[in-house]
Design a protein around this ligand. Structure first.
Ligand SMILES: [Zn+2]
Ligand SMILES: [Zn+2]
Length: 332
């Protein structure tokens, strides 16, 4: 019989349709060539070396011709850097002027790589660049929340192959982020512990949904995963904000992120995915009850009317089977 499961941190329900369970190989991607089969250089790509648009560049690491990572202003930003944050409310319509930041991190000189193909040290360099931009943007009093994410592949929302991630700094705290913080606070009030620390303890104890772990992080498939292979990578050390992760944590995050993405790349033939860093709102950091983490969501299925109508997802793969499959795939 199918089973409904609830995520204890977000309170979201999901239908695990065990009777429709599919084998992991049925999620194999075949709709496009894998990243490494694409050309190493694309003369028409705005991120390839030689095409650098310097007027949009914020920083490059290391400085000079042989950059490995560049941070740019987005060419078509969702929000505008200049201007005042003005709120208005006429009793019906509430609005805030669209100030904020929208930056792009070009993650490599090479066109046809992705984090799964990079080494851990390179990923740590990218994570450091994301963190240092976040710390800088957090200084702006107009900014209340920052989201770092990567869209890999068309089904994840990008048509540009060249590896890149994005940072959006918002003048509001999104409703979903606020609701999650509320749930975490409620759990803390009831129990005196952080719900995310509790989840990590439970997962380590159960073991069956763990994908991989290292000194600072644990990667597991969620008990109530809303889609196949939906993964959380959670720091063992309790901390609300990604902005204050230590250098050694970023190094360990580079290691575990590479391993998780490598397993997906190898096991499912380079699936499209999003990864998102979920960190505490800047002005209400929830030190005790919030816990930052990174989530990886492979886009191997598509949400449809039921999901839009209910906010609930149907997952056709048992989380325990997804984790067992990924454990069996090499991350060398
Ligand atoms: Zn390129
Ligand atoms: Zn915690």
């Amino acid at each position: 019989m199918p089973e409904l499961r609830q995520n204890m941190a977000t309170k979201q329900w999901v239908i695990i349709a065990a009777e429709r369970a599919r084998r992991p190989q049925q999620f194999l991607e075949t709709y496009r060539p894998s990243t490494e089969e694409q050309p190493e250089y694309d003369p028409s790509c705005p991120f390839c070396p030689g095409n650098e648009e310097l007027e949009r560049e914020i920083t490059r690491v290391p400085p000079g011709e042989d950059w490995q990572v560049r941070v740019l202003l987005n060419k078509y930003p969702a929000l505008q850097r200049e201007g005042e944050r003005i709120r208005s409310f006429d009793g019906v319509h509430r609005r805030i002027s669209g100030v904020g930041y929208h930056e792009v991190v070009v993650e490599s000189r090479r066109h046809n790589v992705c984090p799964a193909l990079a080494d851990a040290q390179h990923l740590s360099m990218i994570l450091q660049a994301l963190q240092s931009r976040c710390c800088e943007l957090a200084q702006d009093p107009r900014i209340e929340h920052i989201i770092c994410f990567q869209n890999h592949g068309e089904r994840a929302g990008t048509s540009l192959l060249h590896p890149h991630s994005q940072i959006i700094a918002l003048p509001v705290v999104p409703y979903e982020v606020r609701m999650r913080a509320e749930e975490a606070r409620r759990y803390f009030d009831d129990t005196g512990t952080c719900v995310f620390c509790q989840m990590v303890d439970d997962e380590l104890h159960a073991g069956e949904r763990i994908i991989v772990e290292n000194a600072s992080f644990v990667a597991f498939i969620l008990y109530a995963a809303s889609s196949p292979f939906h993964t959380w990578i959670v720091p063992r050390r309790h901390a609300a904000s990604f902005l204050r992760a230590s250098a050694s944590e970023l190094s360990d995050l580079g290691d575990i992120l590479r391993r998780v993405l490598r397993k997906l790349y190898r096991g499912l033939h380079d699936p499209d995915y999003n990864y998102i860093i979920r960190t505490a709102p800047l002005r209400d950091p929830g030190h005790e009850y919030l816990h930052w983490y990174l989530t990886v969501v492979p886009r191997v299925t598509r949400a449809a009317g039921f999901e839009l109508g209910s906010g609930m997802f149907i997952n056709t793969m048992l989380p325990e089977d997804a984790a067992a499959f990924l454990r069996s795939v090499s991350d060398d």
